[in-house]
Write a protein that binds this ligand. Structure first.
Ligand SMILES: Nc1ncnc2c1ncn2[C@@H]1O[C@H](COP(=O)(O)OP(=O)(O)OP(=O)(O)O)[C@@H](O)[C@H]1O
Length: 342
């Protein structure tokens, strides 16, 4: 880890009461050998360091965000945590198991959801995919029925059980996939982009479910996403990786402070007005218009601040018709982190 990363790394999770974390990575690396054609008869070999010496620990029951720009190494890390890929170096343990050596034993203790792919059988109704998984994982009948009933109720799957997977909408399919990953009661759940492409209502359903799962069952969750709202609503701790290295490990508020990121309130007013600026007691403005188009204004404020008091003040002081909050994107936060680096 370089100087900058050390400076911004302030773990809020960890091992709990002594010993190793439930998930432990110690200097983990993954190097791919890539061959590229450079001429009719020439090929060039190149190394891609997808994961470049990552160390962290996640305690049992934690819900941690694992974020970074495209190609940062997130999926490669998750694939190593499931045992699909073998690390090129370093040490990795999940629940005391070395994933690539004991992949089948680990499979009974983890659940995986890849947002971009489904683990369900495309032509079968959801119910039949679940039956197959019941047998594959040899889940005791009673436990299987309890887990299925719970998922069907909380993920609103009742009407969908007899529909072939290919006929489900993306949001319905995602809820179906999350249920499939939980039928065998895993202690760890890896989620790779679970809300990608979902509408606002489906995202809210998925987030609420994950919150309850973590709170009620103590399931350890590692969540990869491009949507910072997922992280804000679900995780106390977030890790940022870029170019295969850990750049930040700490609280979500701390991430915004390090990245000096801003959120945006987009307001529609009853009439055109001069740019809005709100000052707190004493110091400079906390919120300022960065764009005005007719009755619509884009108002930037520090992402580490709560939007609620600002919204209340705007609603009290201005003729407000409509309002929405936009989160900063991860790429922008990381770009600011680099700018802020000494
Ligand atoms: N099987 C592979 N062979 C060669 N290179 C690979 C392979 N898998 C991943 N890579 C490379 O490793 C790097 C990290 O990829 P990875 O898929 O882990 O990133 P990511 O953070 O999940 O990105 P995204 O957000 O786009 O999914 C990229 O440069 C990618 O091209």
């Amino acid at each position: 880890m370089d100087g900058f990363a050390q400076q911004v790394t302030a773990s809020v999770g960890g091992t709990g009461a002594g010993g190793e974390g439930f998930i432990t990575l110690d200097g983990v690396e993954k190097v791919f050998q890539v061959r590229r054609r450079t001429g009719p008869l020439r090929r060039e070999r190149r190394e891609v360091r997808a994961v470049d010496g990552i160390s962290f620990q996640v305690a049992r029951g934690e819900m941690v965000g694992y974020i970074g720009p495209n190609g940062a190494g997130k999926s490669t890390t998750i694939k190593m945590l499931t045992g699909i890929l073998t690390p090129s170096g370093g040490r990795l343990r999940v629940a005391g198991i070395d994933p690539s050596r004991e992949r089948t034993r680990l499979a009974h203790r983890i659940g995986v959801v890849f947002g971009q792919r489904t683990t369900l059988w495309w032509d079968l109704p959801l119910r039949d995919s679940y039956r197959l998984m019941h047998r594959m994982y040899r889940v005791p009948d009673r436990r299987y029925r309890e887990n299925l009933d719970r998922c069907v109720e909380l993920l609103d799957l009742g009407e969908l059980l007899d529909v072939p997977v290919r006929q489900l909408s993306l949001g319905q399919r995602m809820r179906g996939d999350i249920a499939a990953a939980l039928l065998h009661d895993p202690e760890v759940l890896y989620l790779d982009e679970p809300t990608i492409g979902l509408d606002v209502v489906s995202k809210a359903k998925v987030r609420q479910f994950l919150k309850e799962l973590n709170a009620d069952r103590g399931t350890t969750v590692l969540l990869t996403t491009h949507d910072l709202t997922d992280i804000e609503q679900l995780c106390r701790r977030v890790m940022v990786i870029d170019h295969g290295r850990l750049m930040y490990d700490g609280s979500v508020a701390g991430l915004h402070a390090v990245g000096e990121s801003e959120r945006m309130l987009v307001v529609d007013l009853e009439r055109e007005l001069p740019p809005i600026e709100l000052a707190p007691e004493g110091s400079g403005p906390v919120l300022r218009a960065v764009r005005v188009e007719g009755v619509r204004q884009w108002l930037a404020f520090p992402a580490s601040m709560s939007a609620a008091p600002l919204v209340a003040r705007i609603a009290a002081e201005y003729p407000l018709l409509d309002l929405s909050v936009r989160e900063p994107d991860i790429e922008a936060v990381i770009a600011k982190m680099y700018e802020a680096a000494p």
